[in-house]
Write a protein that binds this ligand. Structure first.
Ligand code: ACO
Length: 319
C-alpha cells in the first residue's frame, strides 16, 4: 500500500516573457537559450504572489480530488521565493481555502521541495497523524532574479503546482519508497540572501549560481537516486511508465535518460513553456499530465528533484 495522489492543480501567472524579450535585457539570443536550455518562454508574476498562486493551485487540486477542504489534515508549502517570512505561505493557503482542521508549515529544500513535502506528508500518514495532505510547490523566482545576469535570468519562471495526497490503506501497511539527500558542503553553487545581516551590511539579494557545477551534479546524482528509489520499490527502470523530473534544463533531462538507457519519451517536459520554477516544476508537470489524460490507474512513476542546498531526492508513485 502506497500514499496516492488523489488530485492535482496548477496555475501560471498571466504574463508570458519570451526569449526575445530577455535578449533585449541581456547579451543573449533566442537561439542560445533554446539550444542550451530548451526554454522558449516563461511566465512572470505581476499581481500574483507565492501565496495567491499556492491557494489557486490548491483549489484546483481539491476540486480534482473531489474532497472538501475540511478533510485536509496537513498543508505543506515548498517555496524559496515568498514575499514575506511571516506568516508562512501554508497558513495563508489554509485561510484562503478554508482548511480549518489542517496543520500548516512551509519548507525550503529548493527544487527538491515537492519531493521533500511528499516524504514529510507520507511519514505523517505512516505515523497515523494524517490521512489527507495538501502538498504545494509555489514560486515567484522573479522576486529574486537579477535581470542583468544572463547566467540566471534566462532560466527562471513563476508558478505553482499542488497535489492532494491520501493514504491508500492503514498506516502500518503503508510503504514509502522515497529517498532524500543533501550535501551542504556544496551549498555555494547556488545562493541567495535576504535583506540585511545583523551588522546591517546588505547581502546580495539575487540568485547566484555556478550553472556548470549544478549541471554536472544533477546528471550524476539523479540517475543514482532513481536507482535507489527503484531498489526500495522493487521495480526495474524498464517497468516505469514515466520519470517526472525537476525541469531545470532540457539537456539535463536528456542526459539523465541517456545514463539510464531509457527512451526520452518517458521523460515528459514542460520546461519549453515554463522555464525552471524550482519546487513548482514537478507538481505542475504532474498536473499537465493528469489533465491531458496521460496518467492511467496503476501506472508506475518515479518523481525526482535536485537543487540548491545542494539537495536531491525521489519517490515511487503508483497512479
Ligand atoms: N547567452 C549567451 N551566452 C551565454 C549565456 C547566455 N544567456 N550564459 C552563458 N553564456 C556563455 C558563457 O559566458 C560561456 O561563454 P565562454 O565560453 O566564452 O566563457 C558560454 O556561454 C558557455 O557557458 P556555460 O556556463 O558553460 O553554459 P552551459 O552550457 O553550462 O549553460 C546553464 C549554462 C544554462 C546555466 C547550464 O549550466 C544549466 O542549466 N545549469 C543548471 C542550472 C540548474 O539546474 N539550476 C537548478 C537549480 S534552481 C534552484 O534550485 C532554485
Amino acid at each position: 500500500m502506497f500514499v496516492k495522489i488523489a488530485g492535482t492543480g496548477s496555475v501560471l501567472p498571466e504574463r508570458v516573457v519570451d526569449n526575445f524579450e530577455i535578449a533585449r535585457m541581456v547579451d543573449t539570443s533566442d537561439e542560445w537559450i533554446q539550444t542550451r536550455t530548451g526554454i522558449r518562454t516563461r511566465h512572470i508574476a505581476g499581481k500574483e504572489t507565492v501565496a495567491s498562486m499556492a491557494a489557486e493551485a490548491a483549489k484546483r487540486a481539491i476540486e480534482d480530488a473531489g474532497i472538501s477542504p475540511e478533510e485536509i489534515d496537513l498543508i505543506i508549502v515548498s517555496t524559496v521565493s515568498a514575499e514575506q517570512s511571516l506568516p508562512c505561505v501554508a497558513c495563508e493557503v489554509q485561510k484562503e481555502i478554508g482548511a480549518v482542521r489542517a496543520a500548516a508549515f512551509d519548507l525550503n529544500s529548493a527544487c527538491s521541495g515537492f519531493i521533500t513535502g511528499y516524504q514529510m506528508a507520507a511519514g505523517q500518514m505512516k505515523a497515523g497523524l494524517a490521512k489527507t495532505a495538501l502538498v504545494i510547490g509555489s514560486e515567484c523566482l522573479s522576486n529574486y532574479v537579477d535581470w542583468s545576469d544572463r547566467g540566471t535570468c534566462i532560466l527562471f519562471g513563476d508558478g505553482a503546482g499542488a497535489a492532494i495526497l491520501r493514504a491508500d490503506g492503514a498506516p502500518e501497511e503503508l510503504e514509502i519508497p522515497s529517498v532524500l539527500h543533501a550535501d551542504g558542503s556544496k551549498g555555494d553553487s547556488l545562493t541567495c540572501s535576504l535583506g540585511h545581516g545583523k551588522d546591517k551590511v546588505p547581502y546580495d539579494e539575487y540568485y547566484r549560481m555556478d550553472g556548470r557545477a549544478i549541471f554536472k551534479f544533477a546528471v550524476r546524482k539523479v540517475p543514482e537516486v532513481i536507482r535507489e528509489v527503484l531498489s526500495l520499490s522493487g521495480h526495474s527502470v524498464e517497468e516505469i511508465d514515466y520519470f517526472v523530473l525537476h525541469q531545470a534544463n532540457r539537456r539535463i533531462i536528456e542526459a539523465i535518460a541517456k545514463r539510464l538507457r531509457q527512451d526520452e519519451a518517458r521523460f515528459p517536459m514542460n520546461i519549453m513553456d515554463n522555464g525552471n520554477i524550482s519546487s513548482a516544476c514537478i507538481p505542475m508537470l504532474l498536473d499537465d499530465m493528469n489533465r491531458k489524460g496521460l496518467l492511467k490507474p496503476g501506472m508506475k512513476l518515479v518523481l525526482a528533484g535536485f537543487g540548491a542546498g545542494l539537495t536531491w531526492g525521489g519517490f515511487y508513485l503508483e497512479w
